[in-house]
Write a protein that binds this ligand. Structure first.
Ligand SMILES: [Zn+2]
Length: 425
């Protein structure tokens, strides 16, 4: 007897199988004839492990337009605007926005999120609000928080002590923003200090790193060096890394092996960086995506992050990690079938690996979290960014959506259309 059987779905690797769920765990992936309290028909549909977002800002989300919009569209005006908003924000409001976003995420099968939380606020209001949200959504979303000194660890007078306070309060990961410090030297110093804090406390590191078009912004080199020096291999990620887009090729040929050796992961955020980067260029205009395929060819783990939804930096966003992968696929020119499948893998398994999620995946013994999509395979899911027909979190159905075919009124043509085109994965 199972709690739930998901019947006849197509797994991302192409296998067709039933999935048996009991006591919040996946207990069988095989043809099942047994009884279940609930049977979910997934025949012809893709059954995937949940989507994972390794880079988000939940304290800023859904604040677009408050107190005004970002007129220049640049990272720096966004940071200034966020500063204005921070001064007038209230904890209940931060929490309400975050919880509303988590509703969106749940409906999209996005069940693990790493959110940076600003620690440059003496009240640490965002930290308190998101710690509460982490508790309240724990039954359906794994929320991992990163202590993020948004205004610079050394540039902001109280950022250092506030970042330590946030970690003491239970924030999970150490963040940073070396390219925003006053000098390159201060940036490098901040990387060293933050990695040492992570090493002392046994924590992971995820820094906003080199989010600039300046090819001389090379903090990723220091991050890889400190990772190795402090024995943090496999626990460190560099987010954005957009300066690598503009770097000299010879220098990159030295940098990539250093990153691979240190097992530093990379988290590009293609939706936000395609709109933020290159704003100081005329033409040709740089695209602001780091060297994804080149890193993957070196064995570096690269996941796609979403970063922003309706906030001072980004005016759109839907909590759909397939939108993120779709943009990354285009900007990174990852168009071969193998590369497209890899893009889907990046927003599921690779992101989970970067976040260090245990019990993740479609395998016996893993946590019973999965999503049924109105698509036949991962490539079709990227093309359609389809409805999530059913979302299961830790053994419970938390969201359902009716299949939404269009009714056609065209003489001699079929009555309905779904835009599926199965059989070519
Ligand atoms: Zn970010």
């Amino acid at each position: 007897m199972f709690d739930i059987i998901v019947k006849g779905g197509t797994l991302p690797d192409g296998r067709i199988s039933d999935i048996g769920i009991r006591d919040g765990k996946i207990v069988a992936i095989e043809a099942l004839e047994a009884e279940a309290s609930e049977v979910i028909d997934a025949k012809g549909d893709l059954v995937s492990p949940p989507f994972v977002d390794p880079h988000f800002h939940m304290d800023a989300t859904l604040s677009y337009g408050k107190p005004r919009i970002n007129a220049s569209g640049t990272l720096l005006e966004g940071i200034g605007l966020w500063g204005e908003l921070k001064d007038v924000m209230q904890p209940e409001e931060v929490k309400a926005r975050a919880l509303e976003y988590c509703d969106w995420a749940a409906s999209m099968g996005l069940l693990a999120i790493r959110s940076h939380v600003d620690t440059c606020d003496d009240r640490l209001m965002g930290v308190e609000a998101l710690l509460e949200v982490r508790r309240e959504v724990a039954d359906y979303i794994d929320l991992q928080l990163v202590a993020f000194p948004q205004d610079g660890l050394y540039r902001d007078p109280t950022a250092f002590e506030n970042t330590i306070r946030a970690l003491d309060m239970g924030v999970d990961v150490v963040g940073g923003i070396p390219h925003l410090e006053r000098t390159m030297a201060d940036g490098a110093r901040s990387v060293t200090a933050l990695c040492e804090i992570a090493a002392e406390r046994g924590l992971m590191v995820d820094m906003h790193c080199d989010e600039t078009d300046d090819p001389m912004s090379r903090h990723i080199e220091t991050l890889a060096f400190e990772t190795q020096r402090l024995g943090l291999q496999g626990r460190v990620a560099g987010s954005h890394l957009t300066s690598m887009h503009s770097m000299d090729n010879y220098y990159v040929s030295k940098l990539l092996p250093l990153m691979a050796e240190a097992q530093v992961a990379a988290i590009p955020n293609p939706l936000i960086n395609i709109v933020l980067q290159g704003r100081h260029d005329t033409y040709p205009k740089r695209r602001g995506l780091t060297r994804v395929k080149e890193m993957q060819a070196m064995g570096i783990a690269v996941g796609w992050g979403q970063d922003c939804v309706l906030d001072p930096w980004y005016s759109l966003g839907t909590a759909d990690m397939l939108d993120v992968a779709f943009m990354g696929l285009h900007v990174g020119q990852m168009t071969s079938p193998e590369e497209m499948r890899r893009c889907f893998d990046m927003v599921t398994n690779v992101n989970a690996q970067i976040m260090g999620l245990e019990d993740y995946g479609l395998r016996v013994g893993a946590k019973a979290s999965l999503v049924v999509l109105d698509a036949g395979n991962p490539i079709e899911a990227l093309r359609l960014r389809p409805d999530r027909l059913c979302v299961i979190a830790k053994g419970k159905v938390i969201s359902r959506k009716r299949r939404n075919d269009a009714d056609l009124s065209l003489p001699g043509r079929p009555g309905t259309v779904r835009r599926r085109h199965d059989g070519h994965s």
